[in-house]
Write a protein that binds this ligand. Sequence first.
Ligand SMILES: Nc1ncnc2c1ncn2[C@@H]1O[C@H](COP(=O)(O)OP(=O)(O)OP(=O)(O)O)[C@@H](O)[C@H]1O
Ligand SMILES: [Mg+2]
Length: 453
Amino acid sequence: MVDDMKVVVNQRLTGVIMKTDIHWVLTVPAICSDLAKQFMRQAAVKAGITTESLTIVLEPEAASLYCQHLPVNTTVTDGSLTKSQFPPGSKYMVLDAGGGTIDITVHEVQSQNTLREVRAANGGDWGGTMVDKAFENFLIDLVGETVFDTFKHSETEDWLHLSRAFELKKQAAGAQSEGNVTMHFPVSLNDLFETENESKLCIKDAIVASKYGKTVELKRDKLKISHSTIGKLFEESLEQIVQHLQKLMKDERMADIKTLLMVGGYSESLLLQRAIKSAFPGIHEVIPQEASSAVLRGALIFGHNPIAVTERVLKYTYGIAIYQPFEDGKHPESKRMKTDKGDCCRDVFGNLIKKGLSVTPGETQVRKQYTTGNKKQTGLCFDIFISEEKTPTYVDDKSCTKIGTIEIGFEELDDIPGRIVNLTMLLGGTEIIVELEDEKTGNKVINTAEFWG
Ligand SMILES: Nc1ncnc2c1ncn2[C@@H]1O[C@H](COP(=O)(O)OP(=O)(O)OP(=O)(O)O)[C@@H](O)[C@H]1O
Ligand SMILES: [Mg+2]
């Protein structure tokens, strides 16, 4: 993509664009883990983008920014949206409904150029492709799994045509309720069905006899599907989204939310818009006309005029593996370790910072001291973990995932245990930085972007 972009830019512009003239803004979903963000940065560096010329932006933040810059008359719900609808102090929910994921974040406007994250991103995989999957299941209901699988694999071109045709019907769904939705039924699928059934049964009769007997009809190569059958394909995805939103709205922090920003391609769906409107009558939906490109447009604005996000809510508890003095009965024998300070229990989850806390990006949030357990110890190594739990017990609990390691070595060794190492951690931006300092010498180790993963 980087190469393609350069080709396009050089074709369209006279004069040479230097590498240093370009600043890249890469967007990632807010539910992306820190690890995934690091991965994106590494991928970008591999593609020839220098770290200094790259900003990683969370998608709902980009979308928010775009919506704050919307001119009057560009929203679908009503034409009255102006910037004043986001005065400082106002809270709103951003729903980014894409193909794969539904990403929900709550923001509060602090001033014209700053935002505060009120609730950490969350959501699930109930996006537009869930409807595509429902369409596949519908076809399986009509022709059977074996025929459908063969069709998909051996008649891939026809299958692609059919999926593209469905994409258009999906986008139009909800616009009409009279008549039927008509789609071309591929001859190859018909042939495969007849071969499978040794020509004893034709697909037309099979449909009449199926549960779709009254709602679906095949006439020559035209498949006529009732609007309600098309609507049913959306049902599960809509239910999941609405239920999830309902659960979120129950939270008292959400009580004063009056506005829902709907962005992402799936937000353009009339069925999704209607489902949300009827489930939340008191909420004002703002749907920009270019919902599907709101993130992209917002990223562009961000590149020219970055907003500061003043607070973020931690999605995980961060911790490291530590040793604790061994207590019989409390600690498992399997974790017993001998050290010069006596028996210890290893793999204990040492909390650095807890999930749910609001943190200010760019400020150091964690300062801790650790000491060595052995004399002549040559260094200290920390495995860093995240957990979905607020207070996990051991780092090998199910809820914990190791996200990296940081290590500091000592040049002159001590004759007694207890050498002090200071650990500081800075998080809440789109990345995390951990630093270790050997108190005796002042030597420091800071993690680099490449260090995670
Ligand atoms: N008018 C429309 N009606 C219904 N669905 C639509 C419409 N326009 C686009 N979509 C669906 O939106 C999805 C794509 O949205 P978008 O481009 O926001 O996804 P994405 O950002 O690539 O995915 P993700 O956010 O999950 O990574 C597709 O499933 C597409 O079918
Ligand atoms: Mg998206």
